[in-house]
Ligand binder design. Structure first.
Ligand SMILES: Cc1cc2nc3c(=O)[nH]c(=O)nc-3n(C[C@H](O)[C@H](O)[C@H](O)COP(=O)(O)OP(=O)(O)OC[C@H]3O[C@@H](n4cnc5c(N)ncnc54)[C@H](O)[C@@H]3O)c2cc1C
Length: 417
């Protein structure tokens, strides 16, 4: 499923620039996260076709599997008559909005496995009565099990980017090359989104998730007017600013973490999530180091020879990036003078949020929900940290690892996977 990419010219120039400014050694094509510069795997095959997790269904035994699309689980049901609460099944709504209940079989080994993701799973646990007392009391949710850690330790690897001007047309390229510094800063690049207005909106990362970037704004300030103004700004972006590409840097294993809170008891409504980007000075310092490194990369001869641009000043680079207004955070006059302020004001998500149901706090090492029977969580909400580059491969491997382990236990085989 994961392939070696054919390196785009832009990515080649980026690789040489990274090595030029000291992000070395060159580790070639590898899945390992090791210091230096490398080329990572991609879900695009050599024909340019993207492969997805849905393809794994082709390997499943259709007689043993029922997939309900557009079904939304409302809550987990528990039998509370025993010493520990035991999951019995779920209530779900089908695509027509009709409500159903699904129950586990009598086989003691069957269980409910939640995989609603880092935002959906803590929300689901709380709506089902497992969570911090104050949070459940706030919405009159009857408590099944008190656990103050549900929805805590939410983390997102913060991302900041610097736009790269060019004087030549550049092909579109997704992230292929990555520079990994010793302090856990990941430097990546993507190019070629000035070719059409559409590609500005659809391009991976920075510009595509207009709504996603709203996560950088405190929920209470996300009024309909603010959202409309934000989207309008995106439509009015100056094309010249996006003729080239951008270099992004993101921080692996942020020390700053946040929390998830319910807004109401409707599963269809998003909970409120606060990541506290850069609250810890070490995270901020790493961002500053990463931006410095990104600027050096852009100024390196390899890149200026490729982009056919004069060596841009750091101030010009930052100014272009601030002007792109990629989030709703109010900007400051010293954004181009203070790298700390630049980091705080231009931070966005790269959607690698995780946590909220940590091992040892909400689930045990087998990912079973502590204090309950027949309930497990298999998704990114159990991660203490997310891989520095992209988490999807790790999440898929966790799914397979747990699937094989559970199956072997059910069949009474040794649990080595
Ligand atoms: C826009 C975007 C781009 C990304 N790009 C990349 C990338 O290029 N490479 C990469 O490695 N990672 C990427 N990621 C991150 C990656 O997708 C996630 O880290 C990963 O999917 C997390 O896996 P998960 O199983 O924890 O949750 P998810 O993949 O989010 O799965 C949770 C699933 O549960 C469903 N669900 C939630 N609540 C309910 C409910 N109540 N009832 C029924 N179903 C429910 C959701 O619809 C969803 O399908 C991207 C993420 C986003 C949002």
């Amino acid at each position: 499923m994961i392939h070696q990419p054919k390196l785009a010219q832009w990515q080649g120039a980026f690789k040489d620039s990274l090595l030029d400014v000291g992000v070395s050694p060159y580790n070639g094509f590898t899945y390992d996260h090791i210091h230096g510069t490398k080329v990572g795997g991609t879900l695009f095959d050599r024909f340019g076709r993207r492969h997805t997790a849905a393809e794994l269904l082709a390997s499943a035994n259709p007689k043993m599997l029922t997939v309900l699309v557009y079904a939304t689980v409302q809550k987990v049901l528990f039998d509370q008559t025993g010493r520990r609460s035991t999951a019995m099944g779920v209530i779900f709504k089908d695509e027509n909005g009709n409500q159903h209940q699904a129950f586990l079989t009598n086989n003691r080994r069957s269980e409910v496995i939640l995989s609603c993701g880092a935002i959906g799973t803590p929300q689901m646990l709380m709506l089902s009565g497992i969570g911090p007392k104050a949070e459940l009391d706030k919405l009159n949710i009857s408590m099944v099990l008190r656990n103050e850690f549900v929805g805590k330790g939410m983390a997102d690897n913060p991302m900041n980017s610097v736009f790269v001007p060019t004087n030549r047309p550049v092909e579109q390229s997704l992230i292929q090359t990555v520079g990994i510094t010793k302090t856990g800063v990941y430097i990546e690049s993507s190019s070629g989104f000035g070719q059409s207005q559409d590609s500005i909106r659809c391009h991976h990362g920075i510009l595509s998730a207009e709504i996603g970037q709203l996560s950088t704004i405190p929920p209470k300030q996300r009024t309909p007017e603010a959202i409309q103004a934000f989207i309008k700004r995106k439509r009015d972006l100056p094309h010249e600013a996006f003729k080239g590409g951008f270099i992004l840097e993101k921080i692996a294993r942020p020390i700053s973490t946040g929390h998830l809170n319910l807004v109401n008891t409707n599963i269809d409504d998003n909970p409120s999530v606060t990541f506290n980007y850069f609250h810890h000075p070490h995270d901020l310092q790493r961002c500053v180091d990463g931006i410095r490194m990104a600027a050096k990369v852009i100024q390196s001869k390899h890149f200026t020879n490729f982009t056919r641009c004069d060596k841009p000043t750091v101030e010009k680079l930052l100014n272009m990036s601030v002007k792109a207004n990629i989030n709703l955070i109010p900007k400051h006059t010293n954004d181009t003078k203070s790298l700390e302020q630049f980091c705080k004001d231009t931070v966005i998500t790269i959607w690698h949020y995780h946590g909220g149901c940590h091992v040892g706090k909400v689930v045990d090492p087998d990912l079973k929900v502590l204090g309950t029977n027949r309930l497990r969580i298999v998704d990114g909400s159990t991660f203490n940290e997310s891989p520095g580059t992209n988490p999807q491969g790790t999440v898929l491997m966790m799914g397979r690892y747990m699937g094989v382990k559970i199956l072997r236990r059910r069949l009474g085989k040794a649990a080595h996977v």
